[in-house]
Ligand binder design. Structure first.
Ligand SMILES: NC(=O)c1ccc[n+]([C@@H]2O[C@H](COP(=O)([O-])OP(=O)(O)OC[C@H]3O[C@@H](n4cnc5c(N)ncnc54)[C@H](O)[C@@H]3O)[C@@H](O)[C@H]2O)c1
Length: 250
């Protein structure tokens, strides 16, 4: 088992990408702290993992609250005695253009999508350093962090921030044997903030099918495994090659 005896925190783990990341890391031996704002969703994912022979516990946490984050990191440390892996997956989108989005909406998207990966990594890294085992952090960005859009103004800004935050975190945590990387999905399963999967969702990529949450989970597993021990501060695109194409060229 690649991740035997390791403890992983996955945020936004109650459904879709976070759920599949949690389940794949659990199948590879990790104990999962299933962190979500939605209690029922988190408990269902944790119960599924336990029912299939894995180890997991749900933790309710609003990642836009620094107090909640501090409590959650302490609760996970108390429950499992160590933290080896952090996957900063929770995010929300605004789907608004710059004239329609209010300042409160902008701040909420930034708090969950950019500030939370900053704060969670800070507090989890402190715990990792105290444990002396090193660790791995994966931040979930988006192809929306590399391109402008006619809407999702706050989301695109936040996801772009996640990419460069990853680099600073990688530099600052490397001396502590904590590897930080990012993954960059495009159109995986249902759209952010939605639960329903539309198989007819139009995709323009080189693979010719929409992504599924397991595509992203496999990338995260690689980045938290020893196989990627020479990969630090990078952003791994899990996008079917869509960002390889010049718009209108395919
Ligand atoms: N789905 C896609 O096509 C896609 C594309 C690019 C990037 N991404 C990124 O992948 C990640 C997961 O996306 P998804 O589509 O699975 O999202 P989702 O909306 O389906 O699930 C997000 C989960 O986060 C939880 N959450 C929301 N706010 C929270 C908060 N304040 N505190 C704690 N938990 C909270 C929700 O309850 C939910 O369970 C996100 O970072 C997203 O930006 C997704």
């Amino acid at each position: 088992m690649k991740l035997a005896n390791q403890v992983a925190i996955v945020t936004g783990a109650g459904r879709n990408i976070g759920e599949d990341v949690s389940k794949l890391l659990a199948r590879n031996g990790a104990t999962i702290a299933v962190v979500d704002l939605d209690k029922a969703r988190g408990e269902k994912v944790a119960a599924d993992i336990v029912a299939s022979g894995g180890k997991a516990q749900a933790f309710v946490c609003d990642v836009s609250s620094e107090d909640d984050i501090v409590k959650c990191v302490k609760d996970v440390s108390d429950a499992f005695g160590r933290i080896d892996i952090l996957v900063n997956n929770a995010a929300i989108s605004d789907n608004k253009n710059m004239f329609d989005i209010t300042t409160a909406e902008w701040n909420k998207v930034l708090a969950i999508t950019l500030t939370a990966p900053f704060l969670l990594t800070k507090y989890v890294a402190k715990a990792m350093i105290a444990n002396g085992h090193g660790g791995k952090v994966v931040n979930v960005s988006s192809t929306s962090g590399y391109y402008g859009r006619d809407r999702a103004t706050a989301y695109t800004a936040a996801k772009g921030g996640v990419v460069n935050l990853t680099k600073s975190q990688a530099i600052q945590l490397a001396p502590h044997k904590i590897r930080v990387n990012a993954v960059v999905p495009n159109k995986i399963g249902s759209p952010v903030g939605k639960d329903e999967f539309d198989p007819t969702r139009p995709v323009l990529n080189l693979v010719g099918r929409p992504g599924v949450p397991d595509d992203l989970a496999n990338a995260v597993l690689f980045l938290v495994s020893d196989e990627s021990s020479f990969i630090v501060g990078t952003a791994l695109f899990v996008d079917g090659g869509c960002t390889t194409m010049m718009p209108g060229s395919a």
